[in-house]
Design a protein around this ligand. Structure first.
Ligand code: ATP
Ligand code: MG
Length: 769
């Protein structure tokens, strides 16, 4: 009975308990954010271990990030006691894939010490292949083909399996041939790309039934978190491991078998665990007495279709729908009670996501609505720097109320948004950490751009010069660069000067010589413009004339548009400084600020990397049309891209436990021009009852009623009048004077008002540019 249940089960609700205790057979947990899906997975693993159903090494558990894997290991440890020393097969699809492939590399023609190529390596390799075919690599861009291959691999397709039309689409019908020679080349190099980490194991499992059978014996339980974001290849991989076809002999499975299992890793995994947690509760390990049903597929996947946010990377939310078909007799568990967020946050999130069509549909409730709970706050700011300043002030208010920075997070739609927060927090001495990526000024494209600027500001900066002398590629090989280096050393002159000298000598071949001549001439011209041209303008010129911007514009990888946005943000951030020199000094100081993992710090990350996490207080800046929903989704048109943006908004809202602050700004600089922005349609999709429009108030610079009524002002609102019209007029009359005006007029009126009354002295001048 309940009374005897081990502690780890006691806190669960009946549905969660069902999902944990239905250890045999397929289980699908389909439930909204914060309902305890991840907790169910963790407890399920603890339960399997504590009841002796399997050893740690017999459990395959897939998480979406390595961080999530680490957290899950810790929590399992806490639930079952110290005796469980690690879970060797708990990790991401990729990390588990590497492990499998290292064991069986020879079956796909690799050695176990194969290397994993990154995107740059892959692109370079493809370029060689394209050239070897006698094709024009300008017309048939290597990066485009790298993307195509990646897409095929996400779908689980090798060279022989891709559709005829797809194969013909590239290089005059040579697509399939190129893909084939790419794979052959990888084998020669004893290398693989990221997609192969899944595809090779799939191939091995399909071809070598004995190997697959070995893993069928080995993995008694398979668990998958964030199931809605698996792609087709990952799904195939899971199905191969989870489904036991009839050609296999019936499986015997007790933990004892594991002792002789040659595939079993470290000896410590095989030591009998000490189930003190369970036995103390009067529950002896069951394995010895209880037969585990054979040939059953003990797979448990948990997910939320509303949180599917990786469609752009090939994730197939349909995998959820297929589950019951592929695993007949699956127990489907729905969890509806949310343990994470207040009723206001849940109400806002549920209302927003209801605007998507084609959902599986779920209810969410919390049974602790508290009249004290704050509503979801919506704030306006003039521009992103003002937004960062205001968020910083709000954070400080929470700090004074004894909130930890560790319990707060800023979740952005695009990484360029991080810049203003990082700058501001360094200025006011607020600890922060950037999760899931480098800090703004440490990003590759920012470091490259800064290197150009540093050489212009200081021609003797050889480190910076070396970084960009051949970025973008100018046909300067290693030998040429070394010669520049050696000349500079020998003559004790800067490398830039040495480059100029070499360009005039005949020590180099014509091509590198021409390249160096151009580099030297460019820098000479930029340096002479330094005194006469505004530094932001000069920086833009440099990035254009050097071909650096073009390099990313021609890049077809998924990150390229984000890099271009970051470059624009870099230029924008320079405006606050008087000169290039003072800007570079500022950057040096920012880069010097240490990120200390131990310290109490607010987290900054993208919405995509916030999946699965939770924080007491969450800030969501930049809710404007064109940023969120992102312009790329709007340009694409159609419902699906916009719906993915909305799911991302849903993920953002549901990260908050108690305090949730949304921001929009009225001005952003786009292509060097200040443009008025329109509040995100997602703000209009929030329910009035759960939202409060912050009055602005004096603490945030006194813009009071400057942002006008109705977030949808100036935009065709498909849902009729903005819901915020009434919120606006209700909140102390600050919007009342504009309430009756049509949206577009209202927006205009308020913008002028804002500029004249509140901002003229501070940043209003920027509008005129
Ligand atoms: P997401 O969809 O965002 O990944 P989730 O469904 O995985 O959310 P969890 O992160 O597992 O949800 O749980 C959300 C919060 O609720 C956690 O803090 C968790 O500890 C807590 N929680 C879950 N179940 C219970 C419960 N039965 N009793 C108390 N707290 C619970
Ligand atoms: Mg989760």
């Amino acid at each position: 009975g309940h009374g005897n249940a081990p502690d780890y089960l006691k806190g669960l609700n009946p549905e969660q308990r069902l999902a944990v205790e239905t250890t045999e057979g397929p289980v699908l947990v389909l439930a909204g954010a914060g309902t305890g899906k991840t907790r169910v997975l963790t407890t399920r693993i603890a339960h399997i271990l504590a009841t002796g159903r399997a050893w740690p090494s017999q459990i395959l558990a897939v998480t979406f990030t390595n961080k999530a894997a680490r957290e899950m290991k810790n929590r399992i440890g806490l639930l079952v006691g110290e005796a469980i020393e690690g879970m060797p097969w708990l990790g991401t699809f990729h990390s588990i894939g590497v492990k499998l492939l290292r064991r069986h590399a020879e079956l796909v023609g690799l050695r176990s010490d194969f290397t994993i190529l990154d995107t740059d390596d892959v692109t370079r390799l493809i370029k060689q292949l394209i050239q070897a075919e006698g094709l024009d690599d300008k017309r048939w861009a290597p990066r485009t083909f790298a993307q195509m291959i990646d897409g095929w691999k996400n779908k689980g397709l090798g060279p022989d399996e891709i559709a005829e039309g797809d194969a013909r689409a590239f290089a005059n019908g040579k697509g399939r041939e190129l893909y084939r020679s790419y794979q052959a080349r990888l084998t020669t190099l004893n290398a693989c790309d990221f997609g192969d980490l899944l595809l090779h194991p799939i191939r091995i499992f399909r071809k070598h039934h004995d190997v697959l059978a070995e893993y069928h014996r080995k993995f008694k339980y398979i668990l998958v978190d964030e199931y809605q974001d698996t792609n087709t290849a990952q799904y195939m991989w899971l199905r191969l491991l989870a489904q036991r076809p009839s050609f296999e002999a019936p499986l015997r499975s007790t933990p004892q078998d594991e002792r002789s299992d040659p595939t079993n890793s470290p000896a410590r995994d095989r030591a009998p665990p000490d189930f003190s947690g369970a036995t103390a509760q009067g529950q002896p390990p069951k394995a010895a007495t209880r037969p585990v049903s054979e040939n059953k597929v003990n797979i448990c996947c948990v997910g939320d279709d509303d949180q599917s946010i990786y469609g752009w990377r090939g994730a197939e939310v349909d995998n959820i729908l297929r589950f019951e078909k592929d695993f007949p007799g699956a127990t489907v568990v729905r969890l509806e009670r949310n343990y994470r967020s207040t009723a206001h946050i849940l109400g806002a999130a549920a209302h927003l996501i209801a605007h998507n069509e084609g959902r599986l549909g779920k209810t969410l409730f919390t049974d602790r609505p508290d009249p004290e709970d704050p509503k979801v706050n919506v704030h306006a700011a003039w521009d992103s720097d003002e937004e960062a300043r205001a968020v910083g002030e709000t954070v400080e208010v929470y700090q004074r109320q004894k909130h930890n920075l560790n319990d707060m997070a800023i979740l952005v739609r695009a990484s360029f948004q991080m810049r203003s927060f990082e700058d501001r927090f360094i200025e006011i001495g607020l600890n922060y950490r950037v999760i899931g990526g480098p800090r703004f000024y440490e990003r590759q494209e920012i470091r490259d751009a800064l290197a150009y600027l540093r050489v212009v500001a200081n021609p003797g900066d050889d480190l910076a010069f070396e970084r960009i002398v051949n970025v973008p590629k100018r046909g300067l090989g290693e030998a040429a660069v070394r010669q520049v280096h050696d000349t500079a050393r020998a003559l004790r002159i800067p490398m830039l000067e040495a480059a100029g000298n070499l360009a005039e000598s005949d020590e180099l071949k014509p091509k590198p010589r021409a390249a160096l001549r151009e580099v030297a001439a460019n820098f000479a011209r930029w340096q002479s413009a330094l005194e006469t041209t505004p530094h932001t303008e000069l920086a833009e010129t440099i990035l254009e004339e050097s071909g650096y911007t073009a390099m990313w514009k021609n890049d077809r990888s998924a990150e390229a548009p984000g890099r271009l946005e970051n470059l624009k943000e870099l230029i924008r951030s320079m405006e606050e400084y008087e000169s290039l020199r003072s800007f570079l000094e500022h950057v040096a100081l920012v880069m010097d600020a240490e990120q200390n993992e131990e310290q109490d710090a607010i987290s900054i990350m993208t919405l995509h990397s916030a999946k699965g996490l939770e924080f007491e207080t969450v800030f969501l800046p930049g809710w404007e049309e064109g940023l969120f929903p992102h312009q790329r989704a709007l340009d694409e048109g159609g419902r699906s891209a916009l719906e993915e943006e909305r799911r991302l908004a849903y993920v953002g809202l549901t990260r908050a436990k108690k305090n949730l602050h949304l921001w929009f700004v009225s001005n952003r600089r786009i292509h060097g021009l200040w443009q008025s922005t329109i509040p995100s349609r997602f703000l209009d999709e929030l329910p009035e009852a759960h939202v409060e429009v912050a009055e602005g108030g004096n603490s945030y610079g006194g813009y009071g009623n400057s942002y006008g009524g109705g977030f949808s002002a100036g935009r065709q609102n498909p849902y009729g009048a903005s819901r915020f019209d009434s919120v606006g007029s209700a909140s102390g009359g600050s919007f009342s004077n504009t309430y009756a005006t049509p949206g577009w007029a209202r927006a205009k009126a308020n913008r002028t008002e804002a500029t004249d009354r509140n901002w003229g002295s501070r940043s209003g001048h920027q509008v005129e540019r």
